[in-house]
Design a protein. Structure first.
Length: 197
């Protein structure tokens, strides 16, 4: 895969160009694409999430750090937040369809099970109006750490923190993140239809 083919990461080029100019952005982008190809070749059997999210995030982080040392975390986190806001708008439109929030809450137990699949979770609570869980281990962070670039996972966390606020009928909070050194990612989803408690 090339970064320009990624729905999630292709916009990073524009941010690089705006921040560093066309020439340096092109060098960073080329370095990141080579790094991505290297990671994919070294782990051809990697899972889909690693290939779609972790490998690109690690590649971009390393590329920025190679050309502009000390700025990679801030640059990648800023892009993660910006992309999360873009995705949030998409989710807001989809969940604006009549009946979607009711359908989501009716199936929240299944949604929570699917969302937490592959993660080590504790304190899972699903009621008619609350979904709460603590993610103790995140495979995305674990893979970035295994690759020697754990900080890269924060870009994905920044996306998550924003796009999760796009679901209508849900008040979402997450105050902690494993990728930022906390003991868990504390997901709290509350029913906002009529502001139930």
């Amino acid at each position: 895969m090339k970064l320009e083919k990624s729905f999630v990461f292709k916009g990073f080029w524009k941010d690089l160009e705006a921040q560093y100019g066309k020439k340096k952005a092109a060098a960073i982008w080329q370095y990141a694409n080579k790094e991505l190809q290297r990671l994919e070749a070294s782990e051809p059997e990697a899972d889909k999430n690693s290939k779609s999210f972790v490998f690109p995030a690690v590649s971009l982080y390393r590329a920025v750090d190679h050309y502009v040392q000390g700025e990679a975390l801030a640059v990648t986190r800023a892009y993660g937040t910006k992309t999360g806001l873009r995705l949030r708008n998409i989710f807001r439109k989809v969940t604006a369809l009549p009946g979607v929030p009711n359908l989501m809450w009716k199936n929240m137990d299944k949604i929570a099970a699917k969302m937490s699949s592959g993660y080590d979770c504790e304190n899972l609570i699903v009621t008619d109006h609350l979904c709460s869980l603590d993610v103790k281990r995140c495979p995305l962070y674990d893979k970035a750490k295994e690759l020697g670039t754990p900080e890269a996972a924060q870009m994905i966390c920044c996306m998550d923190k924003e796009y999760m606020n796009g679901f209508r009928g849900i008040d979402y909070t997450r105050a902690k993140s494993v990728a930022e050194g906390d003991d868990c990612c504390d997901y709290r989803l509350r029913d906002s239809r009529g502001k139930r408690k």
